[in-house]
Each structure stands twice: as C-alpha cells, then as structure tokens.
Design a protein around this ligand. Structure first.
Ligand SMILES: NC(=O)c1ccc[n+]([C@@H]2O[C@H](COP(=O)([O-])OP(=O)(O)OC[C@H]3O[C@@H](n4cnc5c(N)ncnc54)[C@H](OP(=O)(O)O)[C@@H]3O)[C@@H](O)[C@H]2O)c1
Length: 337
C-alpha cells in the first residue's frame, strides 16, 4: 500500500472514559509535533516503557491522544537544522520521544535536531532498532561496570531479566567482551537461547526471588546488570563481592529497594543508576560508535529478533506487559507495495 505524502499511519493511544484504547489511525503530517527535522521512519521497536505508554501510564505519557515509540530509525525528509539534509540516515532514541512527544510507532516523526543521531557506519537502520533503547541501555550498564573496575577477570557477573530486550543484549555485550555471565531468567523455554547468546550458566528467576532477612549474603558476584529492580536487585547487591558494582536500570519486579546499607559500607559495593533517555549528545554518540563498532553483537540482524508491522503491536504489547516476550521486537514501518 502506498500512502500519499502528507498522510501518516500511526498507532494511536486514546482515552475513552476510564479506558485506554489503541488502534492504527491515519493522521496528517500537519498533526505531528513541532520540530526541525522530519524523518520518514523505517523501523521502530517495542520497549517495556512503550508497553506502559499504551496503558496511558501517567509517569510516561504526558497527554492523550498519544503515539508511543521511544525509538525510531529512518531517513530525513526535510530539515531546518543545518546539521541534517534530506536523504540522511538517522536514529532517535529517548529524550521525550514517545513520551511527551509523539513517537516512533508512526510512518513519520518530527523532532528537535538535538535529538537526532546520524546513523553510524557499521549499522543498518534495521540493526539500529534491533539495538534501540535496549542496546543503548545495555551498553551504558556495561560501561558502568567497567568504570567501576569490574572487568572480565574480576569474576562472574549476573544479568537479570535476561530474556528481555535490555537483558538479552547485556548478556551478548558482556559475553563478547569476555565476561563470564550468569543469566537469570523466568523463561525456561529460552534458556538455550541465552546459552547461545553467551551465558555460561542460566539460572531460574527463583534463584534471586527471596534470600531471607540477612543484610549480606555469601559474596559470589563481581557485579551485574539488573533490569528488574525489587527483591532480585537487593539479593544481587547483598551477594556482590568486595569492590563490585551493579548497574540498575529497570523496575519490572518492583520499584522499592528494601535492604540495609551494609553491602555499601562493608564491601564497598557500588550501585550504578542508568538513565538512558537524557544521556547527553556527545556521550550518546560515543556509545553508538561502540555499538556499531567493537561492541556490535554478532548476527545482530537476526539473532533473537521478531519483526512485526504496526497492526501487530497491540498483541505484542499485551504479551510484554505479562512478561511473555523475549529478545527484541522491531516494527517495520516501510510502506509495502
Ligand atoms: N533506565 C533506563 O534508562 C532504561 C532503559 C530501558 C529500559 N529500562 C527498564 O528496563 C527494564 C527492562 O526493559 P525491556 O525493554 O528490556 O523489557 P522486556 O523486554 O519486557 O524485559 C523485561 C524482562 O524482565 C523479566 N521479568 C518480567 N517480569 C518480571 C517479574 N515480575 N519479576 C522478575 N523479572 C521479570 C523478564 O525476563 P525473564 O523472563 O528472562 O526473567 C522480561 O523479559 C524495564 O523496567 C524498563 O523500564 C530502563
């Protein structure tokens, strides 16, 4: 199907009374938010934050109706920003995209020039979205471990929520750099996939579900990447060795952190917060150049990737909110003939 140029298909979230609905709609290009760069989107992706946005989550969506999608990669169609010209391949992740500003689940987006990153050589538009915010966040987690001197020779590291977007890419980035990764996953059917992604061992989620009341546990980990928060994060921190570090980025298992400060005071454990959306531009570009170069996962284009259309988003979002999806889901927004 070919669409006339100023018509934009998108996945629109609306409120009807107390309910939130989502459906594919066609809007005019004039309805898009103000901004200097108009991008024809080739691919977007689904992240946990996007799934929450479809519920109208107040912490994410500023107002309805709303188009979610915190990631987009595509081709510049028009630009008032001299740094970009029509035909440039670019990507946008984070900032206010898909939150305060209509996002990437649309054939076009209009955004401020400061949000736009030139597509690094070494990545296709599709690969950029296989990584997306998930890969960008995973890379920041790995950088945080390295900054805290948790290196491959330091000992085993843990990744929680390992079958998810951030989790699976964290396993792959760490394994590629030579870390011994123990993946924690609630999905038995994906344990083999996690081994293929590079995990040396895969443990069931129950391993970090409850470890009693003791302030500290036997020290076994050099550190880890936690994508779930709640009890698993506290168990991981309490079982991290002297001088270790844990990068924390998620909250699917809970936003509370109920523990004592003893692991910080007696073992010097560091808890590193990761916040991708507002990562400053220069650092952002450095991270993308790592992801497109030395850190690029092998077989990025197809390993553990599900490609869907705009119409298939609602079904995948429902599965994600129930914790049933694995790997990365990308949304193909290119017009079909
Ligand atoms: N701070 C940031 O900048 C940033 C950036 C991106 C994402 N995030 C956050 O990171 C988290 C992961 O995002 P994502 O996009 O990778 O989501 P995702 O693909 O849905 O992955 C989340 C994974 O967490 C595990 N999980 C789900 N429910 C759980 C529960 N109740 N208890 C324990 N584990 C559970 C599942 O893995 P298993 O079945 O394998 O256990 C699931 O695949 C989210 O909280 C998201 O908001 C934060």
């Amino acid at each position: 199907m070919v669409h006339s140029d100023n018509r934009v298909r998108c996945l629109m979230v609306r409120s009807i009374g107390e309910r939130t609905t989502m459906q594919v709609e066609t809007v005019s290009e004039n309805d898009l938010p103000a901004g200097d760069v108009l991008i024809r989107v080739a691919y977007s992706s689904i992240n946990y934050k996007d799934a929450l946005a479809t519920t109208g989550h107040r912490g994410i969506v500023k107002k309805l109706p709303h188009v979610p999608g915190i990631d987009a990669a595509g081709i510049v169609e028009a630009s008032r920003d001299p740094r970009f010209a029509p035909g440039d391949e670019v990507l946008v992740t984070g900032y206010d995209l898909g939150q305060g500003v209509w996002g990437g689940w649309a054939e076009k987006i209009r955004v401020p020039g400061d949000w736009v990153v030139p597509l690094p050589s070494g990545l296709t538009l599709r690969e950029a979205m296989v990584l997306g915010t998930a890969g960008f966040t995973a890379a920041q987690c790995v950088l945080a471990l390295r900054r805290n001197e948790v290196f491959p020779e330091s000992g085993r590291v843990v990744v929680t929520g390992a079958s998810g977007g951030v989790g699976s890419l964290s396993v792959r980035l760490l394994a590629k750099q030579g870390y011994e990764v123990v993946a924690i996953s609630g999905k038995r059917e994906f344990h083999q996939h996690l081994t293929e992604a590079g995990a040396v061992e895969v443990w069931d989620r129950s391993a970090l579900a409850d470890a009693g009341e003791r302030p500290m546990l036997s020290a076994q980990w050099a550190g880890g990447v936690d994508t779930v928060g709640g009890t698993p994060l506290t168990v991981l921190l309490r079982a991290t060795r002297y001088g270790g570090a844990v990068a924390a980025c998620g909250l699917v298992a809970g936003a509370d952190l109920k523990m004592t400060v003893y692991p910080f005071l007696l073992r010097g454990v560091s808890l590193c917060g990761i916040a991708s959306a507002d990562c400053p531009s220069a650092r952002r570009r450095r991270i993308w150049s790592l992801l497109s170069g030395p850190w690029k996962p092998t077989e990025l284009d197809h390993f553990w990737v599900t490609e869907i259309s705009l119409d298939q988003i609602p079904e995948k979002v429902a599965a994600m909110l129930q914790g049933h999806v694995a790997g990365r889901i990308i949304v193909n927004l290119k017009p079909t003939d």
